[in-house]
Design a protein around this ligand. Structure first.
Ligand code: PLP
Length: 382
């Protein structure tokens, strides 16, 4: 038996995705730009995938730009927005708990002379609407915020960004990193007032190495500002290069296989409550996130227990249970999210993240709880 509970890091590709990728690697291998039948057939799959993603967001097909993932989409969004708007102001508002791909891009822009405000969360990881309203002024050219935090599952005040921008009379573009929200909550960039939205396939049972940036066409963002690479005509010159048709087709198939968001959320909520109930029975366990967070993520620590690095290695080696100690991209570095929340090192070092997907069951939770319980009992730290 095994339990994969690290779905915020990545998910197992679904069957639909695997067969779509295989088809593109075998029968449908043409270059999508070729004018012969094989090229046209490959391009059809890209059009289909783009359509599925656009429909899932309620936007137009030509507002979806395929990238190598959300890291690239986030980089494009931040540098592109800064370049497009730099004549109109100098302030960028983001948070201290963004994914590294936003944080590092923002720090780079800071080095280039932009004033970057990193909003700090409270002890539960929340950022308030008031903080946002206070930070956005008429000099603000970009607000970049994640929808759901990848480590603790807090829901950010993304629905209030456009109000804050309008109230300040700011020329700001709005970028939302929807990686941990896509497929889990209904996202409509138009309703959110977002100009730029990043998503990635591998968090929704699609393949790694492919993502997309939604670029609002009425924001008139051209390749002059947004292109980070230069070459052919693909992806409206914003992201040229032969399209990665196998991964794009796999992304499209994973999107088409997504179940109804609300039905799925109900199932995950039940699983989350079940996990909370089971884990609470373990001596000393503390939850770092409250019940207002996304049900897909649980963050816990046991004060009398080993460091998370050791826990997750023990769980994987001896019990076939897979969890993590924060963002996979940070590779064991101290969590910047828990640090920004003001948690002491003692907690940060011992915290583990459990993250669910639609394929998890109560049996997975049972295995996690019994394995952790056994570990805590056999490896107490006085
Ligand atoms: N943004 C968030 C919130 C994430 O959780 C991740 C991945 O962990 C990324 C961006 C980066 O996505 P990708 O792995 O596609 O580069």
């Amino acid at each position: 038996m095994s339990a994969y509970l690290d779905n915020s890091a990545t998910t197992k590709p679904c069957d639909e995705c695997v067969s779509a990728v295989m088809n593109m690697l075998t029968d449908n291998f043409g270059n999508p730009s070729s004018l012969h039948d094989l090229g046209i057939k490959a391009m059809k799959e890209i059009i289909l995938a783009r359509g599925a993603i656009a429909d899932s967001l309620g936007v137009d097909k030509d507002e979806i730009i395929f990238t190598s993932g959300a890291t690239e989409a986030n980089n494009m969004a931040l540098f592109g927005a800064a370049k497009a708007k730099k004549r109109l102001g100098n302030r960028i508002v983001t948070t201290a708990v963004e994914h590294e791909s936003v944080l590092e891009s923002a720090k780079e822009l800071e080095k280039q002379g932009f004033e970057v405000v990193f909003l700090k969360p409270d002890i539960h990881g929340n950022i308030s609407e008031e903080q946002l309203f206070e930070a956005v002024n008429k000099d603000t050219i970009l607000v970049s915020m994640m929808y759901i935090n990848n480590e603790v599952g807090t829901v950010m005040p993304v629905k209030s960004i456009s109000k804050a921008v309008k109230r300040a009379g700011a020329p700001a573009l709005i970028h939302i990193d929807c990686v941990q929200a896509y497929g889990k909550v209904n996202i409509n960039p138009k309703k959110l007032g977002a100009d730029l939205v990043s998503i990635t396939a591998h968090k929704i049972h699609g393949p790694k190495g492919v993502g997309a940036l939604y670029v609002n066409k009425s924001a008139n963002l051209t390749d002059q500002n947004f292109a980070r690479t230069f070459g052919g005509e693909q992806e409206k010159r914003l992201r040229p290069g032969t399209e990665c048709s196998p991964l794009i087709a796999g992304f499209g198939a994973a999107v088409r296989a997504l179940p109804n968001v609300n039905k799925q959320k109900k199932k995950i909520k039940e699983l989350n409550s079940y996990a909370r109930q089971k884990l609470s029975k373990i001596d000393g366990v503390v939850f770092n996130n409250d019940e207002n967070t996304s049900p897909y993520i649980l963050n816990v620590y046991v004060p009398t227990f080993m460091r998370s690095q050791t826990v997750l290695q023990e769980l994987s080696a001896n019990y076939n249970v897979y969890v993590s100690n924060g963002s996979a991209c940070a590779k064991g570095k101290k969590s910047h999210v828990l640090t920004a929340m003001g948690l002491p090192n003692e907690i940060i070092d011992k915290s583990i993240r459990i993250s669910f997907s639609r394929f998890n069951t109560k049996e997975d939770v049972d295995l996690l709880a019994s394995s952790l319980d056994e570990l805590v009992k056999t490896h107490p730290i006085k």
